[in-house]
Design a protein around this ligand. Structure first.
Ligand code: GDP
Length: 370
């Protein structure tokens, strides 16, 4: 024991078994180089193959990390993400992709939990993604609050991922589509994509799913539910939720009304006749009949060739979408265009130049810049 240590009163022989050592000198600033290097190492990106192998092994941590790269707007992240997606592509496509929409409060998360548990109990694997148009504004997400799907969130056969929060709806949708590829490569053979049924996001969801399910409530007019006719026409199945307790009879009546209404809609390219069912997501009733419809749809559209034709159309659609998005972004982000745009916009506003000539001049300028 050093001379110094003897001075600690705890080192008196009466405190048997206790030895207090001399303190060590406090290191210099905590944010010194070595700590920075350590943190950087922790955040270090893995190689493309490490992500891909992890995903193909069904490693949920590596899947999540790769999804984070897909969502990132940093170009170094995007570069890796795109290579990971490319390598996962041959292992994707084997799932059923189901879009689920309905106004807030209709019971989407309760329903996803009920249908999700129905599938995972059968040993199936499920990924739940979301396209949330409001996330940019609120910085939150409709799926951000995982307590909404408590059972699924703790189910090892389910992977829940909130909506990517940054960017335009088109950007968010494209990222979601890329995340689908990663999830499928990781072995998730059912993909649910949730969206709030009030805006354009349904069209985006429709352009990346095989089956579109619209949840409705009984006793509320369509206008009240904010559901546009176009969205009802898109649906492959309409389900009246909350068919339980006092609401049961009303739900059955609504079912008949909706059946009559959709009967008048134009027939679909898929050859599938949309149906109307009732369920209680809360009591978990009517869930098997809904799944039965999805299975039937899959069988029928695979048989008639529509299933894969639609997927091919979706792939080309997203190729053109991406081209358009990038062209627009490159154009508007170019410093010279930004500068000139301000000037010409002013000319247009003051009637010194026609919109057409201003646009042509800007496009010509851009063409010469490249
Ligand atoms: P979301 O906003 O569409 O995701 O709706 P939620 O799943 O959060 O449900 C909204 C409310 O409706 C919650 O209080 C749920 O408990 C309730 N709810 C959902 N499904 C049912 C159902 O089938 N029956 C009844 N009675 N209530 C339900």
């Amino acid at each position: 024991m050093s001379e110094n240590n003897k001075h600690h009163i705890e080192n008196d022989p009466k405190y048997k078994g206790l030895l207090v050592n001399e303190g060590v000198e406090k290191p210099e600033a905590v944010n010194n180089d070595s700590i920075q290097r350590f943190l950087k190492k922790k955040r270090k990106l893995l190689s493309v193959d490490e992500y891909v192998n992890g995903i193909l092994d069904g490693d949920i941590t590596l899947l999540s990390k790769a999804v984070t790269l897909v969502e990132s707007s940093k170009s170094e992240h995007q570069q890796i993400a795109q290579q990971v997606i490319q390598k996962c592509l041959p292992h994707s496509g084997k799932s059923v992709r189901i879009g689920i929409t309905g106004v807030p409060g209709v019971g989407k998360s309760t329903f996803i939990e009920a249908l999700g548990k129905y599938l995972t109990n059968k040993g199936e694997k499920l990924a739940v993604l979301a396209i949330d148009p409001s996330s940019e504004r609120t910085k939150g997400s409709i799926l951000g609050d995982k307590t909404r799907m408590e059972e699924l969130a703790s189910d090892s056969n389910a992977y829940i991922r909130p909506s990517p929060s940054a960017g335009s709806l088109g950007g968010v949708a494209r990222k979601t589509r890329e995340i689908i590829i990663l999830c499928e490569a990781a072995g998730y053979n059912h993909i649910f994509i949730e969206t709030v049924g009030v805006g354009q996001s349904e069209t985006a969801v429709h352009s990346m799913t095989d089956f579109f399910l619209l949840l409705m409530l009984a006793g509320a007019g369509d206008e009240l539910q904010g559901i546009k006719r176009g969205i009802m026409e898109m649906a492959d199945l309409i389900t009246i939720n909350k068919a339980d307790g006092n609401n049961l009879e009303k739900a059955e009546m609504a079912k008949v009304q909706y059946k009559n209404a959709i009967h008048l809609f134009p027939s679909k390219d898929s050859g599938w006749a949309a149906n109307v069912l009732t369920c209680s997501a809360y009591k978990k009733t009517g869930i098997d009949a809904i799944w039965d419809q999805i299975e039937k749809y899959r069988e029928q559209t695979i048989d008639n060739g529509y299933f894969f034709r639609k997927r091919n159309e979706q792939s080309t659609y997203w190729m053109y979408e991406t081209i358009e998005e990038n062209l627009k972004r490159n154009f508007y982000d170019h410093p010279e265009i930004k500068e000139k745009l301000k000037v010409l916009e002013n000319y247009v506003l003051t009637d010194q130049m026609s919109s057409f000539i201003a646009a042509t001049e800007l496009l010509n300028t851009y063409a010469k810049l490249k």
